[in-house]
Design a protein around this ligand. Structure first.
Ligand SMILES: Nc1nc2c(ncn2[C@@H]2O[C@H](COP(=O)(O)OP(=O)(O)OP(=O)(O)O)[C@@H](O)[C@H]2O)c(=O)[nH]1
Ligand SMILES: [Mg+2]
Length: 283
């Protein structure tokens, strides 16, 4: 019997190999389960002891029927009002609820990024903890992502959404703030509510950007600087906070103006070259 020759790479090109008979084995088709993308939903909290139990209950009741892997991450900035203790007690009986306490940091945007960075989930999201965002909208947002959207947002401006209880001044300022974003937004994914605090996004779309951690409006930054190719708006009515006080004030307004300034500068250079900094979201 002739032994197979070991050919040098150069020789191999000149050799015509005889066809080899490979017996066809009839292996039964194995059903390989599709790996389901995981959701990490962050609830940023600052003094939300009066709301956190109810919101966690409603979030879990909304996500459970979907049968998806998920984790709910409460990022509390050392509220000292019992918020952390309530979340800790719930997390003892449900490991999908996680508590992260930041001791020497403040800021909504930073809290959200902090939570996203400490998860491996492919889909990340955020919802306010004061029940102004109805958790019952989560299945619709999730379905939009599952159907292929890069980003799904709960929109106060897509009809028939609304700002039920806002006074005319706040309504006007909100409209003005949104109008200012129009030239910044990419035309192909321009949305009506780029400042909502309730949305889900594919992690891959934000892995190459650094999100400003002291901002209040991280969605706008994601829309302008991220790699989002499609966005779906699900309308909803913005409710009243159930308990506690608002943290949105003059400082947040000023932060927003600075954010617009930075994003204006960003849009003057090509998308790609502006995205040099990498953050830790790059899983
Ligand atoms: N961890 C953390 N969470 C914050 C901070 N500021 C606000 N939050 C949370 O972010 C969410 C939104 O804050 P709100 O004060 O309700 O702001 P808003 O909804 O724009 O304003 P209102 O309509 O007046 O309630 C809530 O869940 C807050 O508890 C912060 O500095 N750190
Ligand atoms: Mg609120």
């Amino acid at each position: 019997m002739e032994h197979p020759q070991i050919l040098e790479r150069e020789d191999a090109a000149h050799v015509t190999l005889a066809p080899v008979f490979v017996p066809q084995l009839h292996v039964p088709q194995l059903q390989v389960p599709q790996t389901q993308a995981k959701l990490a939903l962050v609830l940023p909290t600052l003094h939300e002891a009066g709301n956190i139990q109810a919101v966690l209950q409603r979030v879990r009741s909304s996500l459970d029927p979907l049968g998806i892997p998920y984790e709910v991450i409460v990022v509390d900035d050392d509220s000292q009002d019992g918020t952390a203790e309530i979340v800790h007690a719930i997390s003892e009986s449900d490991p999908r609820v996680r508590l992260l306490v930041r001791r020497n940091a403040r800021g909504l945007g930073g809290a959200v990024v902090h939570g996203w960075e400490r998860s491996e989930a492919e889909i990340v999201g955020v919802i306010d903890a004061d029940l102004q965002h109805p958790p019952e909208l989560l299945p619709q947002l999730w379905k939009a992502i599952e159907s292929g959207a890069d980003l799904a947002l709960a929109s106060r401006y897509a009809a028939p959404g609304g700002l039920r209880d806002w006074n005319p001044v706040r309504r006007g300022l909100s409209r003005l703030a949104i109008w200012l974003t129009q030239p910044l937004q990419k035309p192909e994914i321009r949305v009506q509510d780029p400042m909502t605090g309730f949305f889900l996004v594919r992690r891959v779309c934000i892995r190459d950007i650094t999100i400003e951690t002291h901002g209040f409006k991280i969605l706008l930054e994601i829309l302008v600087r991220g790699e989002v190719r499609s966005a779906v708006e699900i309308p909803f009515s913005f409710g009243q906070r159930k308990a506690g006080a608002s943290k949105a004030g003059i400082k947040e307004g000023l932060d927003y103006i600075f954010l617009l300034g930075r994003l204006w500068r960003h849009t003057r250079v090509p998308w790609r070259t502006a995205q040099t900094a990498r953050n830790h979201l790059n899983h």
